[in-house]
Design a protein around this ligand. Structure first.
Ligand SMILES: [Fe+2]
Length: 261
């Protein structure tokens, strides 16, 4: 499967949810709506990439949402399931990312990678949606075919590719230029979600203008599920139903059945 564009109404719904939670936590006042200029309204330290590798406080704030947010998330996934026509396990907590121009440690970007090199299963799909409308998303994804052929230049070994990518910091290096040339920039619009295979190489680049907020999740088809995958890093997420920092214990089909009763 390649990069799939799915029309949806959910970007705006999640945008409102993010604004609601930012306001409930006093990050912004209750009249705030200009998410594209969030970086001008809050302490920029909340955006700086100083939490773990390439993460910031705003992202971490949204690892803990509330019941309303999670039930919205489940309704979206249920609609996605109907569209895709297969049931799936899903990341229990979606990742909400906040990027803005001129941030501390932004020179860590881009780092071209596929999620497979972080331990994710090859059966997984990445689902990405923008919650802001920007001229540029600065989010670049390479098709599966091109990703596999780029990887071949590194003995088809994700560890080798990963090391080169991690050590190549200069955005103007041949390696990063190559990645940018091969990739498509995903549009930062409010009426589509995008889905791509976990072997697709992707990267974000430092932002030039405006705040971009996006949500990404991983889904794994129930009938293709293979146990035994675990992520790297400090938290070592377990990519199995009910796994630590991994998938929700029930597939979306089962969650929705229970909600209806
Ligand atoms: Fe990724």
């Amino acid at each position: 499967m390649d990069i799939m564009e799915i029309p949806t109404k959910w970007n705006l719904v999640f945008r409102q949810e993010v604004i609601r939670i930012l306001s409930a936590r006093n990050v912004v006042d209750k009249h705030f709506s200009d998410l594209e200029n969030l970086h001008q309204k809050v302490d920029i330290k909340l955006f700086d990439y100083v939490v773990r590798e390439k993460e910031n406080e705003l992202q971490h704030m949204f690892y803990d949402t509330d019941d309303k947010f999670i039930s919205t998330y489940h309704r979206f996934l249920n609609e996605l399931k109907d569209y895709l026509k297969f049931d799936f396990y899903f990341q229990a907590t979606p990742t909400i990312r906040f990027h803005a121009p001129k941030l501390k440690n932004e020179d860590k970007f881009p780092e071209f990678h596929s999620d497979i090199q972080y331990g994710h299963p090859p059966q997984e799909n990445n689902v990405w949606m923008s919650l802001t409308e920007n001229k540029h998303s600065n989010f670049h994804v390479i098709s599966k075919e091109k990703s596999i052929s780029w990887l071949k230049e590194y003995k088809s070994d994700w560890n080798v590719f990963s090391k080169v990518s991690y050590e190549t910091r200069d955005i103007n290096s041949d390696f990063n230029k190559r990645g940018l040339e091969m990739s498509s920039e995903i549009p930062s619009t409010l009426d589509n979600v995008y889905m791509f295979d976990s072997s697709c190489i992707h990267a974000g680049t430092p932002r030039i203008e405006e705040t971009r907020v996006s949500m990404d999740i991983r889904i794994n088809p129930v009938d293709k599920f293979v146990d035994g995958y675990m992520g790297f890093g400090v938290v070592k997420p377990q990519f199995k139903p009910g796994g630590r920092f991994g998938y929700n214990i029930k597939a979306i089909g089962d969650v929705y059945e229970n909600n209806r009763i």
